[in-house]
Design a binder for this molecule. Structure first.
Ligand SMILES: NC(=O)c1ccc[n+]([C@@H]2O[C@H](COP(=O)([O-])OP(=O)(O)OC[C@H]3O[C@@H](n4cnc5c(N)ncnc54)[C@H](OP(=O)(O)O)[C@@H]3O)[C@@H](O)[C@H]2O)c1
Length: 265
């Protein structure tokens, strides 16, 4: 009989010990993997511009699959079927429209964002100086350069609240002055200026713990890259996520390719 009582008392004492063990396990911070992914209870938040197709859509798909909280923006969210199919948060954003940027910032007011990916872009093929059209040229700079500048400015309060403090600008190696062999008026300039913005921003925000990165996705089979490109969106984005996931403060202001190699400025 006393044996049974002892066993009962032992069992009763075991319950709080088990509870403490379970609580301490659940409070253990989740480990980030090489992509910077974490367990769902500690999910980082990423906002991706131009997420309805191409590389932006693939970023949204892969980060969502990795357990991140994803906010994907599109010019026309109601028509962004592939993005909506991911079951993530979708918000409207035209990066050339200041009211649209202000509305996005208002919708996100007070919320932390860990990482901004300035991905939206356009690529007009203008290879001769005689073909340069002032309005088209200005539009390229508006989408590829001023857009990322204004979106970053508008979301800075959110990024300051975030833990990771990462700003990733999707650039191109066509923005490299050193590697320039001609062609692509407007686009090259827009990405060189984006690179310069990345470096200037890195210098200002680095002391706050930000890591700002300009990354070239490679030549990728999207509407922009065309069918002959050598990389699939899956390959490009997976490689870029690995690079982004491993950055340290030493990489702040870097200009990298999708495989992590430095690109000549
Ligand atoms: N693919 C490549 O080989 C390659 C190479 C180097 C660099 N990149 C860069 O990678 C990024 C993504 O390119 P991608 O290949 O995925 O191009 P994509 O398939 O043509 O997609 C471009 C995305 O940008 C969005 N966008 C265009 N203008 C916009 C605006 N004013 N406001 C908001 N969003 C806008 C598009 O939205 P809509 O559907 O509404 O037009 C679309 O979601 C770009 O910055 C590009 O310069 C691509």
């Amino acid at each position: 009989m006393s044996d049974a009582i002892n066993k009962y008392r032992f069992g009763i004492r075991l319950i709080p010990m088990l509870c403490i063990l379970l609580l301490s396990l659940s409070a253990t911070p989740a480990m980030a993997d090489a992509h910077g992914d974490k367990a769902a209870d500690d999910a980082p938040i990423v906002l991706i511009t131009g997420a309805n197709r191409g590389l932006g859509l693939e970023f949204a798909r892969q980060y969502a699959e990795a357990g991140w909280t994803v906010i994907g923006t599109a010019r026309r969210p109601a028509q962004a079927d592939d993005l909506n199919a991911l079951d993530i948060e979708t918000l409207a954003l035209d990066v050339t429209d200041r009211d649209s940027i202000a509305a996005l910032a208002a919708a996100l007011e007070g919320r932390a964002i860990d990482m901004l990916i300035n991905n939206a872009g356009i690529f007009p093929r203008v290879n001769e100086i005689e073909q340069v059209d002032a309005d088209d040229y200005a539009q390229t700079l508006m989408v590829n350069t001023l857009g990322p500048v204004l979106v970053t400015q508008a979301l800075l309060p959110n990024l300051r609240k975030g833990e990771l403090k990462r700003i990733v600008n999707i650039t191109s190696q066509l923005g490299s002055i050193e590697k320039n062999s001609g062609g692509f008026y407007g686009y090259r300039e827009s990405k060189s200026a984006l690179n310069m913005f990345t470096k200037t921003l890195a210098a200002e925000l680095g002391p706050e713990g930000f890591i700002c990165l300009a990354i070239h996705p490679g030549w990728v089979r999207t509407d922009m890259g065309g069918a002959n490109a050598n990389l699939s969106p899956e390959e490009s984005v997976s490689a870029m996520r690995a690079v982004i996931g491993k950055v340290t403060s030493d990489d702040n202001g870097a200009y990298r390719a999708y495989n992590g190699d430095a690109v000549a400025w």
